[in-house]
Design a protein around this ligand. Structure first.
Ligand SMILES: *Cc1c(COP(=O)(O)O)cnc(C)c1O
Length: 351
């Protein structure tokens, strides 16, 4: 019997290490591992041995290609749903709701597997993002202004048209795929002391933490949220997923009003700490990554390094190797240029 929580609800089944290792084998023909890069400047500035895991260099520009590809390939193999290879959604394709990197990742993954994809985007979605999804052959449906409306619409279309819905975070196949980031880090850097991970809905940190605690339980996993969208931090404090009234941050990939039950269960079980960074810290880290590491990283992807530069990594001894996951690099160039032109003097690289 699975444990039952205080509200009498069944605790979800957590993703196991062998699912993450299987995901790694499944996606390997399509995605190359990203290179782990040492940074002398950031090591000097933080006091830790800083290693950067640049998922901004990943196909589609973010780590989300991993989870989406694992979910789509499992479906294509006939494993992602009951009914086997002849089940209708295997032929009819997949659907998701996303204004950003997950939509692009599902479009890419479906194209790779030869399945049709539909992405529900906001009515005001940027033409560049829509063009990227359509470039992979996806059907793009504009609907509503709020994420909840879009998800509901995607689920409705899934039922009406017999499509397989892929959530951006609360899906075991997606979580297993995102966990492959950690497998690569642990292989490349066996003495790593901690992994530092941006947190939005929590799919990435769920997979990373499940992999780390399965392979090397002594390694710390620290999540980072913007102060203006810290639903996971609030939920951990409350002991259950809570809903924020509003969210706001330059790190728009991390907007999340309420973590899903599956991600929350992983975080509560496996994650050592969730810390928060403010807007100036995020933009300063993003600019330093451009200047010092020559990496174009979107604000959501820079929150991990921001926490390191703020020396906000509880329980990690000075001098130890720490891996910072830089989650993505999809940012409109005009906004990026404007942020870089307005320097945030939070930390000086000259020390
Ligand atoms: C989706 C995303 C995140 C957050 O990932 P979750 O799985 O939602 O926690 C962080 N950074 C970037 C660039 C993303 O696209």
């Amino acid at each position: 019997m699975r444990p039952v929580d205080a509200a009498g609800k069944m605790e979800p089944i957590l993703v196991a290490l062998d699912q993450i290792l299987a995901a790694r084998r499944r996606i390997a023909p399509y995605l190359e591992p990203t290179p782990l890069q040492a940074s002398r400047t950031f090591s000097r500035m933080t006091g830790w041995q800083v290693w950067l895991k640049p998922e901004n260099l990943q196909r589609t520009g973010s780590f989300k290609a991993r989870g989406a590809l694992n979910a789509v390939l499992r479906l294509a193999e006939g494993e992602g749903e009951t009914g086997g290879p002849q089940a209708p959604s295997r032929r009819r394709g997949v659907i998701t709701a996303s204004s950003g990197n997950h939509g692009q990742a599902v479009a890419f993954a479906a194209a790779s597997a030869g399945l049709p994809a539909t992405v529900v985007v906001p009515e005001q979605a940027s033409p560049a993002k829509v063009a990227a999804m359509e470039g992979y052959g996806a059907r793009v449906v504009r609907h509503g202004r709020f994420p909840d409306e879009r998800k509901a619409h995607a689920r409705r279309l899934a039922r009406e048209e017999g499509l397989h819905y892929i959530d951006s975070t609360d899906d075991p196949d997606v979580i297993a795929g995102q966990g492959t980031v950690a497998v690569e880090v642990l292989e490349d850097l066996p003495d790593v002391a901690a992994l530092v991970v941006p947190v939005g809905g929590g799919g990435l940190i769920s997979g990373v933490a499940a992999a780390v605690k399965g392979m090397r339980p002594g390694v710390r996993v620290i999540g980072v949220e913007p102060v203006g969208s810290a639903a996971m931090h609030a939920s951990l404090q409350a002991g259950r997923p809570v809903t924020l009234d509003q969210v706001d941050s330059v790190a728009d990939g991390l907007w999340c009003r309420r973590p899903g039950d599956l991600c929350f269960a992983h975080v509560r079980r496996f994650v050592d700490d969730i810390v928060r960074v403010d807007e100036a810290e995020i933009l300063a880290a993003m600019a330093l990554l451009a200047e010092r590491a020559k990496l174009v990283v979107e604000p959501s992807g820079a929150v991990s390094l921001a926490a390191g530069l703020a020396r906000r990594l509880p329980g990690v001894a000075a001098g130890r190797p720490v891996a910072f996951v830089l989650t993505g690099g999809n940012v409109a160039l005009d906004r990026y240029a404007a942020w870089l032109a307005e320097p945030q003097r939070v930390w000086s690289p000259e020390g």
